[in-house]
Ligand binder design. Structure first.
Ligand code: MN
Length: 417
């Protein structure tokens, strides 16, 4: 697939994340415009509420873009998603006849503030990265053997929607309960092993009914789009609390997502199959679709005061063992209803080489092998003032479909009690 050209010149650059092929959905505000839906095109943002108001886009009886979330559009379903994308192509393509009418509703991206692109209904985090699961086993249990269920079940836990925040929001170092291996008693205080997890977030666009299972193919059609996701993790809190019910406070203090929802439609040319199965999946997890995507991912770290950020990991979403559609199918199979706005974290994405690990726990091998930044500083875990930047894009022939970035800076823990 090649670049689709637009009359918005910056959208035709080979290195923009937001060519006409992409058209990601976000929420923005300015000094004079209240938060509303927008579409990124090159280095500009299209004011969807204004287009709807003047009648350039009409999707139903009621306006859907004058609100600070895309949930209303999601709930209208895949036919409407397709109709909107088709209409945006008409408005923004190089041969558009409507340029004069649309141009006044483009704002420079530098002049807007970005917000959460959706209301997150619920948040579930999975564990679908094989290399990550093996590394965690080797680090925490002394063996890279996968848990007995791992090749059969897309493992996950129910997280918190209330602490999912948009890129740019500071993350407070959490206080919590930890226990050193040689201590008699646990202690309370700021986490000393604050970590990241490089993930992709899948956004459920249409609901499923309570009590009604869905197939993997149906699940795939329900996914509206994807965001970059940083599942911040306090390893010392997690290590003390996680048995036997899994992560709780060690994961509940913050999850960052990138501000632009890259639609499943925009990613369609980059679909890839899940890898060969070591053990055949049970039939309910069978699928006819290629559920993964070829998305290059990068983690950068920027300590406070450092002249520039250092790249600390590069990997690819196609490394995952389970697709978001398989995870969504498994989530609903017992009768759990899924909602528009549900967010599914992929699990930490780590490739086979050390340069591809998606968490600091793996990169520093639990602090035993600190890694070095470009500036000469070393790290095992996050320090106050550190900024983490996630980036991602699919590479086309002379263009890319990108996610922008997902940024979070660590702020000192609050004093408590
Ligand atoms: Mn995670």
């Amino acid at each position: 697939m090649t670049l689709m050209t637009s009359w918005v010149q910056s959208a035709n650059n080979a290195d923009t994340d937001f060519p006409l092929n992409n058209l990601p959905y976000g929420v923005f505000s300015t000094d004079t415009l209240e938060a509303r839906c927008g579409v990124a095109i090159g280095d500009m943002i299209l004011d969807m509420a204004a287009l709807e108001e003047e009648g350039s886009i009409t999707l139903g009886d009621e306006p859907v873009f004058d609100v600070p979330y895309w949930n209303d559009l999601m709930e209208m379903g895949p036919d409407t998603w397709d109709a909107l994308r088709t209409r945006l192509f008409q408005l923004l393509s190089a041969d558009s006849t409507e340029q004069a009418r649309i141009a006044p509703h483009l704002l420079p991206a530098d002049d807007v503030e970005l917000h959460m692109p959706l209301v997150v209904s619920e948040y579930t985090d999975f564990y679908a990265g094989r290399q990550h699961a093996q590394n965690m086993g080797a680090i925490l249990r002394g063996s890279p053997d996968l848990p007995a269920n791992w090749l059969h079940i897309p493992i996950g836990y129910n997280g918190r929607a209330s602490s999912v925040v948009v890129s740019g929001t500071d993350i407070l170092r959490p206080n919590g309960q930890t226990k050193a291996p040689d201590a008699d008693m646990p202690s309370f205080g700021p986490s000393k092993r604050l970590d990241i997890e490089l993930e992709l977030g899948a956004i459920v666009g249409t609901s499923s009914d309570f009590g009604v299972p869905i197939t993997v193919d149906e699940a795939d059609a329900m996914i509206f789009g994807y965001v970059l996701l940083n599942d911040w993790s306090a390893r010392d809190i997690q290590g003390w609390e996680y048995q036997p019910l899994g992560p709780f406070q060690g994961k509940a203090f913050g999850t960052s997502i990138s501000p632009w929802i890259v639609t499943t439609a925009a990613l369609a040319p980059f679909r890839t199959p899940t890898p060969p199965r070591d053990k055949e999946l049970l039939p309910y997890l069978n699928s006819s679709v290629d559920g993964l995507f070829d998305i290059n991912l990068e983690v950068q770290m920027h300590p406070e005061g450092a002249p520039h950020a250092s790249s600390i990991s590069k990997t690819n979403y196609r490394r995952m063992y389970y697709s978001a559609a398989e995870q969504l199918c498994h989530h609903a199979v017992g009768g759990c209803g899924m909602n528009a706005g549900d967010l599914l974290g992929s699990g930490t994405i780590s490739g086979p080489n050390k340069s591809e690990y998606g968490s600091l726990l793996e990169l520093s091998w639990a602090g035993r092998e600190p890694f070095t930044l470009d500036t000469g500083e070393t790290r095992s875990f996050l320090e106050d003032g550190d900024t983490i930047i996630l980036k991602g894009h699919s590479q086309g022939d002379g263009f890319r479909v990108g996610f922008g970035s997902c940024v979070g800076k660590i702020a000192p823990a609050v004093k408590f009690p």
